[in-house]
Design a protein around this ligand. Structure first.
Ligand SMILES: Cc1cc2nc3c(=O)[nH]c(=O)nc-3n(C[C@H](O)[C@H](O)[C@H](O)COP(=O)(O)O)c2cc1C
Length: 406
């Protein structure tokens, strides 16, 4: 199947341009043999390359390219399939944009086209070339240092006292995971994650429950969450708990139940955030937003969890605006390498900035994911990179330190 990949990257420091010229000469031969075409644009700092040909060959060459140490910050922008080649019989061609008149260079590239149809601007692949030449997206080309330029040092001092003896009479338990601002070295809040007494997942806890039983069990579990959060002595930190959105609608007096448990456990509503999970359609939106109004007027904050997955998407945000959204792990995963994920997250950031909604990224596991998200403007993170969830306690946060500063 005819496959096209487009990526962009940064040339690494200390790589002379001559070595790029040598690479192009060698690549031309390899591409010719593999029936692959590579159109490479270079502006002195960044590369943008279009590679097209049979799927297997394109993917194999792209894999090699991704491991090449002459360039870094490789971001895949497009992976698409089409009926005909845009650039046949070219092997590999380098366009050094510094040597071309910017008005003419795109036409020079298009003149290399061999598609039997005229190469036209409404082709997505060619639009990427045009945007690169016009440099209108340049402010989004974040330069991220290598993953090993940071070390993550656990702050053992603060963690060991943070253990809450679980209530042996309760049918559930909680694991706690902090949300942090790594540069400020500050814990923003701690999330209480539902577990079985033995540490099993919420799915196991809820197994076999349906309808109102499920909502009642979810709501009741918050009693245990607040008691454990109180025992953890989180001080002024806020605590977040998840709640199925329909529990607010289906269980009469759910809001008062929550407020009572918050008060009994010595917490104040202002330090509590209720996170609504994405896994349920909010089918009775009017009743739901009414219950949210009650939570808000009592001082409780609300958040949308797993934003971008399932039903926790854009329509939900149009219907009600929480204090915070937590971006789903599936969007965070390898964001530093993915053009589509970067574009979506930048749009979410812009949207939330317009609505003054706080953002956090959850499930952050790699230093590169965190660095890209910081560069994009996100400052609050949750994930195993900083601290994993710990049953009946809070793990020490591993704060990042730049190797050069150690
Ligand atoms: C910006 C850039 C573009 C490249 N484009 C190609 C290409 O189109 N085809 C190719 O075979 N190698 C290309 N290379 C070189 C490959 O990364 C790699 O060196 C080559 O496939 C040999 O792989 P190997 O050293 O693992 O054997 C490119 C390298 C860079 C830095």
């Amino acid at each position: 199947m005819l496959t096209t990949i487009i990526y962009r990257s940064h040339i690494c420091k200390n790589v002379p341009f001559e070595s790029v010229m040598d690479m192009v000469a060698a690549a031309k031969l390899r591409n010719d043999q593999a029936d692959v075409t590579g159109i490479l644009l270079f502006n002195g700092t960044h590369f943008l390359q279009l590679i097209e040909g049979p799927e297997e060959s394109v993917l194999k060459i792209y894999q090699h390219i991704c491991q090449d140490e002459r360039h870094c910050n490789i971001v895949e922008l497009l992976c698409d399939h089409g009926p005909t080649r845009r650039f046949g019989k070219t092997g590999m061609e380098l366009f050094d944009l510094r040597e071309h008149d910017s008005e003419r260079v795109l036409q020079t590239v298009l003149d290399k086209g061999t598609s039997k149809y005229q190469l036209i601007y409404n082709d997505r692949a060619l639009k990427f070339l045009r945007t690169f030449v016009s440099a209108t997206e340049k402010e989004n080309y974040f330069e991220i240092p290598p993953a090993d330029s940071w070390v993550f040092i656990p702050d053992e001092g603060e963690s060991h006292t943070n253990l809450a003896a679980p209530d042996n009479t309760a049918d559930c338990c909680f694991a706690f995971q902090p949300m942090v601002d790594p540069f400020a070295q500050e814990i923003i809040s701690t999330e209480a994650l539902l577990r079985t007494p033995g540490g099993g997942s919420p799915e196991i806890y809820f197994a076999g429950l349906t309808g109102n039983e499920l909502y009642q069990a979810d709501l009741n579990s918050k009693k245990v969450a607040f008691a454990m959060a109180s025992a953890l002595k989180l001080g002024k930190h806020s605590v977040s708990v998840n709640l199925l959105p329909m529990a607010l609608v289906m269980i009469p007096d759910a809001v008062n139940f929550l407020l009572r448990e918050i008060q009994i456990n010595g917490l104040v509503p202002e330090q509590v955030t209720i996170e609504f999970t994405e896994c349920e359609v909010i089918s009775r939106i009017d009743e739901f937003t009414d219950a949210v109004r009650q939570l808000k007027s009592a001082g409780i904050n609300v958040a949308i969890d797993h934003f971008g997955a399932g039903f926790g998407g854009l329509l939900l945000l149009a219907q009600f605006q929480p204090d915070r959204i937590k971006i789903n792990r599936e969007l965070i995963k390898d964001v530093h390498k993915s053009g589509p994920r970067q574009a979506i997250i930048q749009a979410i950031i812009k949207c939330c900035a317009s609505l003054e909604i706080a953002i956090s990224a959850v499930g952050v596991e790699k230093p590169e994911e965190w660095m890209w998200l910081e560069s994009a403007g996100i400052t609050h993170f949750q994930g195993n990179l900083f601290a994993s969830a710990r049953l009946s306690g809070v793990a020490a946060v591993a704060w990042p330190e730049r190797k050069a500063d150690l």
